[in-house]
Design a protein around this ligand. Structure first.
Ligand code: FUC
Length: 747
């Protein structure tokens, strides 16, 4: 009996779900018409592609994360790398067309028929083999594949060549050198090449491998690593190694690598897979809960595709950009965008994807003579700080955003809070957090009430600069609070800890209630009721910060609600996403859901607009600011996670903001602070069973609106529960054990 129960708990933990999760895909019955709105993204974390699925001409535009114009002195911008064209002149008239992006497999597919013959194309970007892999075939047929291949350099700064079955483009931008190689491998038939194209005739199938990189090196003092020749050789070796594997093996290696991470989280909202294409589904977004789950997982897909491998964060468009003069230089923006890009990393169980951002922060913040330290030095402070815009060469400009150092540190702390990795905390996070605290020790000044305030700050991106702006105060509060916690864990230098305690005690926490019941955004200039500015900078303490909650203080939570209502339910893409999380933190699931649906509103505008009624998604589910900005994708994924589970206050709150539209469902694999992994099944809008895996053996504290009936361990033994106060329970856990919690209706 006990054995059976144990098997059941394990089974329900590992595979809560044999449900609709296997059918996560975006699909269309026609080729893409426009890069931004309808081409589909693939990527391995640094190398990315957008495929159009054109039949007569296939177009794959590609990027590599470090291909930037600029240098430490010159601002520059993130660049398009190039375009691959496949021409099938005899495929003019076709039928049975379908273009798919499977999130389960991270594989793009294009299928169609010409004269009754079926054709299949498959595209993915392999992380283990560092290449874009494309396969052209006609299943069951021989000798049907004939087409030409063309590679275009988006810059033409160097010499491009075709040698047998390999294309090479190379050149140099302001600082860095780049190189891309494409290898065409035919099975049967003939392959010939000219100066600028490779021609395949009557092949059974063809595999195309594309790899691209630059000699950028974050860890070098001048940001340059290899010579051009070394780069060329590395890519040649890379593509040779990939081409020594069969297509089947490349695909197997890709699937294994991707699914290991993607499958960690599964969300079932009880939806059936719709039989209409995704663009039509978006038009009917209000009726579809399938789309809710798809959009949640799309954020995780995009994270895996844009934030693995090299230590550089994904940018305003992740890694996908077809423009050499992109909006806002497609850079690293520090006043919401880059942070939002990483909101779902820990909670949706993709902790590894957080590291490229974290390691980049550490490297730049501690770089001797680096620009972030220089900015601090310029105003007579120790430590490091930032402006609003940054590039991969440490260049940072346009409007001081000093409190961004505190906001960046929240990410450093969060990675510890979820992983409980003390060595990481001591070696990576803490030195950077300490240095940011020292900046504020030197910078803060006393106001007339004896409180410490940050002088001359901004509430991005509106109003006047003044002392003690809520945005700055709330962020510094988080920095001091989290650094103090970190200091205690690693036994930090007592002198520093002592100063931190003194400063923290005197710090203005940035939470003050104004004359219409709102959280004040500024101390001096008035808050205008109905100001619907897209930034929610004075609500930092609600989300992503931790000071405001109904669990802590109803008065402040009510005031935050008044402020949020005043901002309205529209906004640019990312603004809508932020509001999902804010309403979730106010435990209002239906309002959070209203914002999720607002985020899924169909947008078509592709030029910059700041209008609140223009945000939403394009037909390819890319978030539209407008234009495309990936932060809104990641923000919505984080917001949905926040609706189902919150753990930012030292306990796990199960289903804190479940909307009435999701009456029955389950979530598997969300992470909670304290290194817990959580599965929840619910019915009639109430949790039925919750299974928790304890990664570090911490005490598990929980909050639930329902009474907890029983906690059993893996062996089916009842675990002693401690009732703390109304709704709060806790129990001791052992490392790597699974616990199953059941609920009863009455409190
Ligand atoms: C911030 C925002 C804008 C835009 C830009 C890239 O400046 O205020 O809305 O997202 O970043």
């Amino acid at each position: 009996m006990i054995k059976k129960l144990k098997a059941f708990i394990l089974f329900s933990f590992l595979s809560i779900t044999v449900f609709g999760q296997k059918d996560l895909k975006l699909w269309y019955d026609k080729p893409a018409v426009e890069w931004m709105t309808s081409a589909l993204p693939i990527g391995n974390g640094e190398l990315g592609g957008m495929f159009f699925g054109g039949v007569e001409t296939e177009h794959l535009q590609f990027n590599e994360k470090s291909l930037w114009q600029g240098s430490p002195k010159v601002r520059g911008a993130y660049q398009n790398f190039g375009d691959l064209y496949l021409d099938f002149p005899s495929h003019r008239n076709y039928t049975d067309y379908k273009r798919i992006l499977s999130l389960n497999d991270a594989i793009g597919t294009v299928t169609y028929k010409v004269n009754g013959v079926s054709y299949l194309r498959e595209y993915f970007v392999s992380n283990p083999d560092s290449a874009i892999v494309m396969r052209i075939s006609s299943p069951g047929n021989k000798g049907k594949i004939s087409f030409s291949v063309n590679l275009k350099d988006a810059h033409h700064t160097g010499e491009n060549q075709v040698k047998e079955n390999i294309f090479t483009i190379k050149g140099k931008l302001n600082l860095i050198s780049y190189n891309a190689q494409v290898k065409v491998i035919n099975e049967s038939g003939q392959l010939t090449s000219t100066q600028d194209e490779i021609l395949v005739e009557n092949a059974d199938a063809v595999t195309i491998l594309l790899t691209a990189d630059t000699n950028y090196d974050l860890y070098s003092s001048n940001y340059i690593g290899e010579t051009e020749n070394q780069l060329q050789k590395r890519l040649f070796d890379r593509i040779s190694s990939a081409s020594s594997k069969t297509y089947a093996l490349l695909k197997e290696r890709h699937l294994k690598d991707y699914q290991l991470l993607f499958d960690r989280v599964q969300l079932d909202l009880g939806a059936t897979t719709p039989d209409i294409p995704t663009d039509e589904l978006i038009r009917k977004h209000k009726e579809s809960i399938y789309l809710d789950a798809l959009y949640f997982q799309y954020g995780r897909y995009l994270m895996l595709s844009s934030s693995r491998g090299m230590d550089l964060p994904n940018n305003l468009q992740g890694i996908w950009n077809n423009d050499n003069m992109p909006p806002w230089e497609c850079d690293i923006h520090t006043n919401i965008n880059i942070q939002m890009n990483y909101w779902p990393a820990e909670s949706t169980n993709l902790s590894e994807c957080h590291l490229p951002f974290i390691n980049y922060i550490k490297t730049e913040a501690l770089r001797e003579g680096g620009s972030w330290r220089q900015l601090a030095e310029n105003i007579g402070a120790r430590g490091w700080t930032l402006n609003t815009q940054s590039t991969i060469f440490g260049h940072t400009d346009w409007n001081a955003n000093r409190p961004a150092n505190a906001w960046y540190c929240m990410h450093l702390w969060q990675h510890y809070a979820y992983s409980n990795d003390v060595e990481y905390l001591e070696k990576t996070a803490f030195p950077v957090m300490k240095s940011a605290c020292e900046f504020w020790f030197d910078r803060l000044k006393e106001d007339t009430n004896g409180k410490l305030v940050a002088p001359d700050e901004w509430s991005p991106e509106q109003g006047d600069w003044e002392d003690g702006v809520a945005y700055a105060q709330q962020l510094i509060w988080e920095l001091f609070n989290q650094t103090l916690k970190a200091s205690q864990i690693i036994n930090a230098d007592p002198e520093f800890v002592n100063t931190l305690k003194i400063k923290f005690a005197k710090l203005d926490n940035g939470i003050e209630i104004g004359d219409w019941g709102q959280i004040r955004e500024w101390k001096i200039q008035p808050d205008i009721k109905g100001n619907d500015h897209r930034h929610l900078s004075h609500l930092m303490a609600l989300y992503p910060g931790n000071q405001i909650s109904y669990h802590l203080n109803k008065t402040y939570a009510d005031a935050a609600k008044i402020s949020l209502e005043s901002r309205g339910d529209e906004g640019t893409g990312w603004s809508r996403a932020w509001k999902i999380a804010c309403w979730a933190r106010l435990f209002d699931g239906d309002h959070a859901y209203k914002l999720l649906k607002a985020a899924l509103h169909r947008s078509t505008l592709t030029v910059i607009s700041m209008d609140n009624d223009k945000g939403g998604v394009y037909d390819n589910l890319f978030d539209s600011h407008p234009p495309f900005q990936i932060d809104g994708n990641f923000g919505a994924t984080a917001g949905i996670a926040e609706m189902l589970l919150q753990s930012n206050l030292g306990f796990i709150h199960i289903l804190p903001a479940l909307p009435s539209a999701w009456t029955k469902g389950s979530i598997k694999g969300l992470k909670a602070e304290g290194n817990f992994t959580v599965n929840i099944n619910w019915e009639d809008s109430k949790p039925i069973v919750c299974t928790i895996y304890s990664g570090s053996g911490n005490k598990c504290s929980l909050y639930s609106d329902l009474k907890i009936n029983k906690v059993v361990d893996q062996k089916g033994r009842s675990i002693k529960i401690k009732k703390d106060k109304a709704g709060f329970f806790s129990f001791e856990t052992k490392e790597r054990e699974i616990y199953s919690i059941s609920f009863s209706d009455n409190k």
